[in-house]
Each structure stands twice: as structure tokens, then as C-alpha cells.
Design a protein around this ligand. Structure first.
Ligand SMILES: Nc1ncnc2c1ncn2[C@@H]1O[C@H](COP(=O)(O)OP(=O)(O)OP(=O)(O)O)[C@@H](O)[C@H]1O
Length: 632
């Protein structure tokens, strides 16, 4: 830290957090093709600052005086080449300035920036566009940015300044009233923003929905002060739907969500009845970056009579709908409701019920268009599925909305689709879990299913392992893992066209003897070795015990470093019609030879097919070499 003295002010010079420097570098070097968005970001921040003061004033009477007549003012100075954006909102003190304008507050963005490769600024920069860079977007147009601010309730004002390089300076300043004034010293190539018309049209395009007036201050020909309000200045959600354009909804979505995509779905409605509220909700078309963060936070802004209360009330929506953005405004909550009071609040719980019903109902309607719904499902399906085990009441609704990859068709299928084409004699809905649909489709456990043309749902999201066990059946048909020992296919009729003669199998007693010998060789690596009815081409596969943990879940837990505390009950199935197994069975029957190497190789082969490493890779390689040597 170095101290410099500017105009009687002692200024501290501080470095930006490394990620901010990186981000600024991208911002300055062509982050967006449309640079106008800096204005949207700054107006959005100013409006948030007013919302915050209005809320704090509800519980802190000392702040009440300044918490009215909110407005955001813009001033152009062509001679100085500056644009000023000022608000009379909450303001910032020194610590907040350093924190807010020196670091990246949002952990997801920070993580993302950390991983940005300098080499690919253009490509990755486009991605960060989804997150929004907020205040830092000023540096797209400004070579120097100054902030003058005073926190409501405090008397000391502060000055912050930076040229967007690695550092900023901060010092005391005289600021007459609470709020924030940002002065952008425009770059030569951004002077176009000094034109009134350019500024006005930008505000109209991007900030019309802001509830607080955005006022352009100026002078008329005689040098008298003028004021012109540039936006509609009424909360968008209070306007009739018919008067709101698609573009206005999208801009509002950008404002509330800090995202840049076009919403996949917009729902704007007024609930009337015992509890009244308005909802304006959006389903994004792109994944918000924090979707899989452990907090699983929802992001709905809660208003009471148009006063912003919080965007952090977990009760507004359940976690499995955390991808939804937007606002809810109710007059049935007390205006002085504190964030704490919102917990277990019965009114809010009812509102949540209404919102969930509405959203799931809308998804159901949108699901009628399979292609459109597929884009939603691919983006948010994994999150929505959490509701299957978290929201018992809505389980069946969510199950109806769930889509699956399938072993017999491309594209997405629903459970209803599956049931409608179940085979004669088939009583169960079969699924298999794993990391990747293509590999699952080819897995040996499914050979028998393939041979009988029985469809198997391919579950590849980690969450599938959890909900699937919570759902015993769908329309009375049990959900059964195709990779479990109990997946009996015997009842399912063979395909009519099946005319090839069945493969000759080894005699049952020989197979039993082989299974016993293998069991001895493999020890407790497997719980049981037994003859298979499912295998058609492969000699061997592993299956889990009926009702036991799936092999995939076992792997997931192992990768997550979780000790399962016991040896899993894996069962090795051998194919009695495979030449290798027949040969081994004959050898056991004739009492000849040591089969331990072959036995271990069989197990390792089954493990490899599962995507696992052989238990002892060195021993595996040695055994394989021995066998290969015998073959040359
Ligand atoms: N005009 C303002 N008045 C008061 N605080 C502000 C103002 N502008 C910015 N801030 C503070 O600085 C923080 C960082 O702003 P910034 O725009 O970078 O991010 P953000 O608004 O939180 O999110 P996003 O990056 O999506 O815009 C804000 O969260 C807010 O606390």
C-alpha cells in the first residue's frame, strides 16, 4: 500500500484482487460487442442501492428521512468527456468500497475467472458474458472511473478511483448526502455516449423497467437546468401483460438475474384469493453458474408492495427450482417483515405452493412441444429431478416431467412413453445408472434386454442414484435396475421374429462347478458367481445385489472419498453359452489345470467394462501376458 496526496486528500493505493485484474483485462479488450450495457449495469446497481436503502429504512428509523424520492440521475459533460451516474441509495463506506469494487463478490464468477485462460480471451469471454461483470463493465468505455459515495447513516464520504489497471486508490471525500455518484472519463473511442440521443435510447432499451426514475440532467439554450425522465419508472410487474413487450420482459430478466441470455420461459401472473401476490418468473435458457454450488440457493426477489425485501429467502421457492429467476410481490406480508421472520412464514409457504404449482403446470404445457422441452430438460433436468425425492407432494408431477435417454430410441423419453411400449409379459420398468448413455447402451448387463427388445432407461445424472431409490413404482410398474441380480427377463416374451437357434450352453453341472471354482479363486472380491441368463455376447459381467447399492453409486461414493464401511455385494454372472466359459467349464469338469489366472482375468475384464481399474493392474498385466504368450 502506498499513500499519495491528491488535492488535500490522503489516498491509499490498493491492488485489485488478482481475478479482478484478469476480468478487467478481458473487459477492456472487447468483452462485449455491445458496449451500451455498461449503462444498464450501472443503472441496475443504482436501482439496487435504492432498494436496499428503502428496505433498511423500514427497520432503522434514523435512515427513514433519506429513504424517499429515490432517483437515478445522469449528467453528460461534453467538454470534460464524462458521464455521471448518481443515485441516492444506500451508498458505501470504505470497507464496502474495497470489498465491492476491489474483489469479485460472487464466488461462481470468481471461480470462473480463475480458470479463464489468457490465450482464449475471445472464446471464454463470451461465456463470462452470461454472468455479467456489473460495475467493472464501466471500463469498457472509460479510461478512468471515479466513485464518490457515502453510506446512509454515516457522515464520512469516500472517493474511489481507478484506470482499470491492477490498482485503485481510495480516500476520504466530502459527499453531501448518502448515495453514490460514478464519474466515467470516456475513452476516445467511446465519446459517442456523450450524445443525448445515444444515452436516451440506451436507457429506454435497457432500463425502461426500472421502477426508480432515471433522469437526465442538462441545460437548455439559456443555460437553465433541465430534467428529463427517460424511463417509464413503474415496476414492470405492476403493468398489464398486454402492455409489456417481449424485449421489456427480457431486459427485466437481465436486470433481476444479472444474466444475459434470453429466457426460455416467462410467466407473469397475479394470484387472487386468500393471499394475493404477483409473480414474474423466468426460466433461463442457459445454466446459471452457481447451479451446482452446495448451498443450492434460490434467487427470487421478494417484494412487499413493491418494496424490495430480499433475494435470499429460501422459502420463496424450493431448491429444486433454483434455476428460476424473477420477482414475487405480495401485499399480504407485513412491510416491516425481517428476513428472519420469513422463515416458516405461513403466508410465504402458501405463496411458494402457488408458485411451484404454476411453474410445474407451465412446464407440463411446454413439454407438449418435445423439441423445445428437450432444450429445457438438457439444461435443468438434473436439478428438477432433485424434487422427486425432496418434494413428496409433487413427486408424481415431477416424474411426469422427467425425461430419460433410452436403450432403444434416440432422443428423450418419458415414463409414460416407456410404459406405453412395454413388452408382453413385462411387468417392470428397467433402468441402468452410469456416467454416459452411449457406454451404458453397450453394457453387457443389457445384452439380454437387447435380445428381447426390452427398453432400458439410461440414467446418467448423479442425482438419479438418489431419487430412483425413493420411487418404488410408476403407474403400478416397479422401477427395477437392469444391472441388479433380480432383473428377471424370463417373463418377457421373445421377439416373434426370433428364428436363430439358441446358443448351445455348457451342461448345468459343469457351470455350477466352474462357478464354485471361480468363487474360490476370487475370494471375497465377489459375493457370488453364478450362471447368467442375460449375457448373450460377453463371457462375464458384474451385477449388484437386488436392493443393494448399484455399481455406479459405489463408484461415485468411492470417487468422492466416502468409505462404504463394508465390501459391496457384487455378483459375477458368467455366460454358459460363451466359448470361453464353456471351455473353462469343461476344463474344471475334467479336473485339469489351474484356472486362477483366467478367473482373475475374467473379473478384471468385467471391472474394465464397468469403467473401473483392475484391482491389481500389475498382476493383471502379468496374467494377460501369460495368456497371450500361450496364444502365439
Ligand atoms: N451505486 C451503488 N450503490 C451502492 N452500492 C453499489 C453501487 N454499485 C455497486 N455497488 C456495490 O458493489 C457491488 C458490486 O457491484 P457489481 O455491479 O460489480 O456486482 P453485482 O451488482 O453484485 O452483480 P453483477 O456483477 O451481476 O452486476 C454490489 O453488489 C453493491 O454492493
Amino acid at each position: 500500500m502506498t499513500d499519495t496526496k491528491t488535492e488535500d486528500r490522503i489516498e491509499d493505493r490498493l491492488s485489485f484482487q488478482a481475478e479482478v485484474t484478469k476480468l478487467l483485462d478481458i473487459v477492456v479488450h472487447s468483452l462485449y460487442s455491445d458496449r451500451r450495457i455498461f449503462l444498464r449495469e450501472l443503472i441496475s446497481n443504482a436501482s439496487d442501492a435504492c432498494d436496499k436503502l428503502r428496505y433498511e429504512a423500514l427497520t432503522t428509523p434514523a435512515l427513514r428521512e433519506g429513504a424517499e424520492d429515490f432517483r437515478i440521475t445522469l449528467r453528460l459533460d461534453k467538454d470534460a468527456g464524462t458521464i455521471e451516474i448518481a443515485d441516492n441509495g444506500i451508498g458505501m463506506n470504505r470497507a464496502e468500497l474495497i470489498d465491492n469494487l476491489g474483489t469479485i463478490a460472487r464466488s461462481g464468477t470468481e471461480e470462473f475467472v480463475k480458470h479463464l485462460k489468457d490465450a482464449d480471451k475471445q472464446g471464454e469471454a463470451r461465456l463470462i458474458g452470461q454472468f455479467g461483470v456489473g460495475f467493472y463493465s464501466s471500463f469498457m468505455v472509460a479510461e478512468q472511473v471515479q466513485v464518490f459515495t457515502r453510506r446512509a447513516g454515516e457522515t464520512q464520504g469516500w472517493h474511489w478511483e481507478s484506470d482499470g489497471g491492477g490498482a485503485f486508490s481510495i480516500g476520504e471525500a466530502e459527499v453531501t448526502a448518502p448515495g453514490t455518484r460514478i464519474v466515467l472519463h470516456l475513452r476516445e473511442d467511446a465519446k459517442e455516449f456523450l450524445e443525448d440521443w445515444r444515452l436516451k435510447s440506451t436507457v429506454k432499451t435497457y432500463s425502461d423497467h426500472i421502477e426508480i426514475p432515471v433522469v437526465l440532467l442538462g441545460k437548455d439554450d439559456e443555460g437553465k437546468d433541465t430534467e428529463e425522465t427517460l424511463n417509464e419508472a413503474s415496476a414492470l410487474w405492476t403493468r398489464p401483460r398486454s402492455e409489456i413487450t417481449e424485449e421489456q420482459y427480457t431486459e427485466f430478466y437481465h436486470h433481476v438475474s444479472h444474466a444475459f441470455d434470453t429466457p426460455w420461459h416467462t410467466v407473469h401472473f397475479k394470484a387472487e384469493g386468500a393471499i394475493e401476490y404477483t409473480g414474474l418468473l423466468f426460466v433461463p435458457s442457459q445454466k446459471p453458474f452457481d447451479l451446482f454450488q452446495p448451498e443450492r440457493k434460490t434467487h427470487i426477489k421478494l417484494y412487499v408492495n413493491r418494496v424490495f425485501i430480499t433475494d435470499d429467502a429460501p422459502e420463496v421457492l424450493p431448491s429444486y427450482l433454483r434455476f428460476v429467476r424473477g420477482i414475487v410481490d405480495s401485499s399480504d406480508l407485513p412491510l416491516n417483515v425481517s428476513r428472519e421472520m420469513l422463515q416458516n412464514n405461513p403466508v410465504l409457504r402458501k405463496i411458494q405452493g402457488g408458485l411451484v404449482k404454476r411453474l410445474l403446470g407451465d412446464l407440463k404445457k411446454r413439454a407438449e412441444n418435445a423439441d423445445e422441452y428437450a432444450t429445457f430438460w438438457e439444461t435443468f433436468g438434473a436439478v428438477l429431478k432433485e424434487g422427486i425425492y425432496e418434494d413428496f407432494e409433487r413427486r408424481s408431477d415431477i416424474l411426469e416431467l422427467t425425461r430419460f435417454r433410452s436403450s432403444t430410441t434416440d432422443g428423450w423419453v418419458s415414463l409414460a412413453d416407456y410404459v406405453s411400449r412395454m413388452k408382453t409379459g413385462q411387468e417392470e420398468i428397467y433402468y441402468i445408472t452410469g456416467d454416459d448413455a452411449e457406454t451404458l447402451k453397450r453394457s453387457p448387463q443389457l445384452e439380454g434386454f437387447r435380445a428381447k427388445g426390452v427398453e432400458v432407461l439410461l440414467l446418467t445424472d448423479p442425482v438419479d442414484e438418489f431419487w430412483i431409490n425413493a420411487v418404488p413404482d410408476y403407474q403400478g410398474k416397479a422401477l427395477k435396475s437392469a444391472a441388479s441380480s433380480a432383473a428377471g427377463l424370463d417373463a418377457v416374451a421373445d421377439p416373434e421374429s426370433k428364428d436363430e437357434t439358441p446358443e448351445e450352453t455348457a451342461p448345468t453341472d459343469q457351470i455350477e462347478a466352474l462357478a464354485k471354482a471361480l468363487q474360490e479363486t476370487l475370494g471375497d472380491a465377489v459375493k457370488e458367481v453364478r450362471s447368467s441368463t442375460r449375457l448373450k455376447e460377453s463371457p462375464v459381467c458384474l451385477v449388484s445385489e437386488d436392493g443393494g447399492m448399484s455399481l455406479h453409486l459405489e463408484r461415485m461414493l468411492k470417487q468422492a472419498g466416502q468409505d462404504m464401511g463394508h465390501k459391496p455385494g457384487r455378483i459375477m454372472e458368467i455366460n454358459p453359452s460363451h466359448p470361453l466359459i464353456k471351455g473353462m467349464a469343461a476344463k474344471v469338469a475334467s479336473g485339469g489345470g489351474d484356472l486362477s489366472d483366467l478367473g482373475m482375468l475374467l473379473l478384471d475384464q468385467a471391472l474394465i467394462v464397468e469403467g473401473e481399474a483392475p484391482a491389481d493392474p500389475v498382476a493383471f498385466a502379468r496374467r494377460l501376458s501369460t495368456v497371450m504368450t500361450g496364444a502365439v
